[in-house]
Design a protein around this ligand. Sequence first.
Ligand SMILES: Cc1cc2nc3c(=O)[nH]c(=O)nc-3n(C[C@H](O)[C@H](O)[C@H](O)COP(=O)(O)O)c2cc1C
Length: 338
Amino acid sequence: MFDVELPIIQAPMAGGPDTAALAAAVTNAGGMGSLGCAYLAPEQIEAAAAAVRAHTQGPFALNLFVRADAPDDPVAEARVASVLARFRGELGLAAPGPSTSTPRFEEQLEAVLRCAPRVFSFTFGVPAPEQIAAVRAHGIAIVGTATTVEEARALADAGVDAICAQGAEAGGHRGTFLGAFEDGLVGTIALVPQIVRATRLPVIAAGGIMTGQGIRAALSLGATAVQLGTAFLCCPEAGTSAPHRGALATATATTITRAFSGRPARGIRNRMTDAFAATEPAPFPQQQRLTAELRREATRQGRTDLMQLWAGQGAPHVRTLPASELVAVLAREAGLRA
Ligand SMILES: Cc1cc2nc3c(=O)[nH]c(=O)nc-3n(C[C@H](O)[C@H](O)[C@H](O)COP(=O)(O)O)c2cc1C
């Protein structure tokens, strides 16, 4: 469907871990790379797509968060301020300056249309009918993310070409957009065949897949392809920071936390996730902005107790291999290549 040899997609990983080099390497190895553009301004999206094209002529996906942001909540800001001030103090950060704004979804989508990637994938919701129509009119394939059968049906009704079924094991943000996020914590093995049966659309299985054996399992459940995020985090081409790589190697417990962005996401449990289990975070993307400087500085200082350490439940299986080798190993293990 996407003109790729292998049914292996490198997940979009916005905020640093994915890079144009990683996406191009996966595409050149016979899979398909993705770039998470959720935090990029329109001109940055165009530059990122051009950077991928500088290294490959093959297909790739651009990915966005479908958002209609609520206005900032001053009560929430006051609530989280004391927790953040304590951690900022530990890192030697002065009082926060004025926060920046997050680029608007509509403008980001316009940039994606100008880039015309092979695939537009999205999470957190369903674009408006006219937005879906515009993507289709540009000849771009459309992949929406579902964490429940109900969400998959909503995406099918909206006219997507394929559904990424995100199981509870997945690293990073939960895509859940209907109901409470707890309702969307369905394991990949349970979720994939239900969405295959309910929609009859091609299903891309995501969540906890780290090996060729996992790929085989997903394909035998009816998935058409797989999407792996955590498995690619330790590739040299990834933008994953050194302390994040180190934490993945020894990861034992992951948790779902709203500490870093305000939306539920799976990452390695630490003091920051514990603190915001006790204090209600601000909504997304306000919490994302309020924690931005703290997250950056914690990463610079290698303070894994305060860093955002996205990881799926399969993290202990992560392999440190160049992306092309990882794709080749996965294909061999899955029996997709001799
Ligand atoms: C570091 C990281 C960042 C992610 N960012 C995005 C993103 O920007 N957009 C998106 O649709 N999914 C994102 N995801 C979720 C992936 O698309 C996918 O569901 C997940 O990686 C699959 O589970 P796995 O990590 O166990 O392979 C991210 C995942 C990780 C690990």
